[in-house]
Design a protein around this ligand. Sequence first.
Ligand SMILES: Nc1nc2c(ncn2[C@@H]2O[C@H](COP(=O)(O)OP(=O)(O)OP(=O)(O)O)[C@@H](O)[C@H]2O)c(=O)[nH]1
Ligand SMILES: [Zn+2]
Length: 330
Amino acid sequence: MSRRYDETDHESYERPRRRTRPRTKERPSYDDAVDGRVITVDRGRFTLLVEGRRVMAMKSRPLGRKGVVVGDRVRVVGDVSGRDGSLARIVEVRERTTVLRRTADDDDPVERVIVSNADQLVVVTALADPEPRPRLIDRALVAAYDARMAPLLVLTKADLADPEPLLRTYRSLGVPWVVTERGGDLTEVRAALDGRTSVLVGHSGVGKSTLVNALVPDADRLVGHVNAVTGRGRHTSTSAYLLALPEGAGWIIDTPGIRSFGLAHVDPERLIEAFPDLDEMTEECPRGCSHGESEPECQLDDALAEGDVDPDRVESFRRLLAAREGGQEY
Ligand SMILES: Nc1nc2c(ncn2[C@@H]2O[C@H](COP(=O)(O)OP(=O)(O)OP(=O)(O)O)[C@@H](O)[C@H]2O)c(=O)[nH]1
Ligand SMILES: [Zn+2]
């Protein structure tokens, strides 16, 4: 994580206030705490999965203003029975392996972490109806590479259109893909999700709900239950929720209503690190070179002139680099 993120990260710990007593006396021990995972968050209340049970919880005071987000692995004390009306307390958030951020926008002026501990970003795109939007795919890929998450394209509605034209755009980047179609077999999708925590993103109408429901047969009931417990309607606009895939075959996090990622601060150096073969060629670049098309002395241009690199790959990388700018969606 870069320094700049620390400075703008409103989810991070506040510096503790001046203490009147020695720290050791203030800090209770939580030997009886158990592990849980955050399924969904709603107005300061958290639904956790604890030993297979759904447990409602709130943050405990020692967490201060530390954010707790979907995907977090937490330690919990108190009533973890999951019985109606029970409320446990989250006493610790374990270190996050990854975070996916959402850019500040008109609806919410603060950049926030929306999901943690996901290792794969699944971009769900219809091959037709609605038409694919490559720029949004590019922006989702930038978010994935920046977050050090593996990207996966799930191309739906293969019964309506041939995936080949779209795949041509992503082949040189080496982005893995699977296709689905109405009533089709999901073996390949399940294999790609197996053992991972995957965040699914996709625009309205691409078939994301259809996919989630096919993967998790009781998804509607589970999500409905989550919201019934929190007392909020089913159609919340920006909530994410985590679902276990059957037979322990991984986790998916659906992100209804999430329309933008935190791309504003994506560092070109971090992006190119996702492409080690290109990264290697930029060692002699001038300081601060973004490796973009208009850089006067970028070593990628030398490599292109020498024929040392696949031009499609450089072009695709530079397209991603440019996709960071502008546009609030994704
Ligand atoms: N032909 C075809 N239609 C599909 C496929 N998958 C989903 N659909 C249809 O596409 C429409 C949109 O599907 P949804 O699953 O509701 O899409 P969504 O991405 O969840 O959209 P929102 O609910 O608006 O966020 C529905 O009419 C589905 O029946 C597919 O593989 N092939
Ligand atoms: Zn360069």
